[in-house]
Design a protein around this ligand. Structure first.
Ligand SMILES: [Zn+2]
Length: 287
C-alpha cells in the first residue's frame, strides 16, 4: 500500500545569529507516513557544495558518509578538505552520476585521499582527462567500480539509498547527461531526490516509474530550464530545491516554476547549502 503523503510545509524562516545564515525548516508527513516510515536515531545531513556549475554533494549519517559527484578537477582539493574537516576518513559509497568533468573532475583527488568502500558509476564512459584520471585513481586504490545497470539499494546509518539506472545505453540527445544515475535517499519519513544532469528523455523514463514525492530535490542539469522540469516538479512536489549553478547561469524560469508551487529554492552560487533531516523535519541553512 502506498501511503498518502500530505506535507505540512514552510513553517518557519529565521536568520541565525552566527554568520548571518539564512535558515528555514519544513515539516513533513502525516500519521500514515510517519507510521510507515522506519524510525531513525539521529540525523542525516546533506551538504550541497558551492562549486560553480558543478555537482559535489556529501551525505552524513551517524554511521557513515556518502558522496554524490565530485565537482570539477579544481574542486577536488576543496572536497577532500571539507571531508577531513568533517572528520571523515572513509566513505561508505561514492556515486558518480555520469562522467562529465563537472561531476567526475574531483574523483581522482578524492580516491587518492580518502578510503572509499564502494564506487557506483554510470554506464557512459567519456574520453576525457578527468575520466582517465578517475580510472587510474580507481586502479591505484584497488577499487572495482560497480556500473549500475539495474536498480541498486543500500543503507548507511538509517538512510536508505536507491540508485535508478538509465534505461537505455544511449539517447537521441546528450547521451552523457541522459545516462545520469538518479539517486533517492529516504531517512525516516523524509525523502531526497538527486537527479544528476538528467534531461528530457531520462526524466521521462524515470517519471514513468512513479516513484512518489520527495521533499528535497537536487534539480537536474544545474537548473537550466527544460520543458520536462514541469512534469518532474509536479510529480516530485519538492518543498526544498537546490540548483547547483554558478551566478552566471540563467535559472530564472526554473526558480520561478519552483517558487510558484511553493518550494524554497537555493542556488549554490550564493553559498554551500546544508539540509538536515531528523527523520520527520528538514532544516536548511546556506553559508
Ligand atoms: Zn553537470
Amino acid at each position: 500500500m502506498k501511503p498518502i503523503r500530505k506535507w505540512i510545509a514552510a513553517a518557519m524562516c529565521a536568520v541565525l545569529a552566527l554568520g548571518g545564515c539564512a535558515s528555514s525548516a519544513v515539516t513533513a508527513g502525516n500519521a500514515a507516513s510517519a507510521t510507515a516510515a522506519a524510525a531513525v536515531d539521529g540525523t542525516a545531513e546533506v551538504t550541497v557544495f558551492k562549486a560553480g556549475s558543478a555537482d559535489a554533494i556529501l551525505i552524513q549519517t551517524s554511521e557513515g558518509a556518502v558522496v554524490i559527484d565530485t565537482g570539477e578537477s579544481s574542486f577536488g582539493d576543496n572536497l577532500v578538505e571539507a571531508l577531513k574537516a568533517a572528520g571523515i576518513t572513509e566513505l561508505q559509497a561514492l556515486i558518480l552520476t555520469h562522467f562529465d568533468a563537472d561531476h567526475v573532475g574531483g574523483a581522482a583527488e578524492l580516491l587518492g585521499s580518502i578510503t572509499v568502500d564502494a564506487v557506483y558509476q554510470s554506464d557512459y564512459p567519456k574520453d576525457s582527462d578527468e575520466y582517465t584520471a578517475y580510472v587510474s585513481a580507481l586502479k591505484d586504490a584497488g577499487i572495482t567500480a560497480q556500473t549500475v545497470r539495474s536498480g541498486v539499494s543500500f543503507s548507511v546509518g538509517g538512510a536508505s539509498f536507491y540508485i535508478d539506472p538509465p534505461h537505455q545505453t544511449s539517447y537521441a540527445s546528450n547521451s552523457s547527461n541522459n545516462s545520469s544515475l538518479i539517486i533517492e535517499m529516504t531517512y525516516g519519513s523524509t525523502r531526497f531526490l538527486f537527479a544528476g544532469d538528467a534531461m528530457t528523455e531520462r526524466l521521462e523514463e524515470y517519471l514513468q516509474e512513479d516513484r512518489g514525492t520527495f521533499q528535497f530535490l537536487k534539480v537536474p542539469y544545474h537548473g537550466r530550464w527544460q520543458n520536462s522540469l514541469e512534469e518532474l516538479f509536479a510529480a516530485v512536489q519538492p518543498q526544498i530545491a537546490v540548483l547547483t549553478a554558478a551566478a552566471k547561469e540563467d535559472t530564472e524560469e526554473t526558480t520561478s516554476a519552483l517558487e510558484k508551487m511553493g518550494a524554497s529554492v537555493y542556488q549554490t552560487s550564493s553559498g554551500t547549502v546544508h539540509v538536515t533531516s531528523d527523520g520527520t523535519t528538514l532544516s536548511v541553512s546556506q553559508e
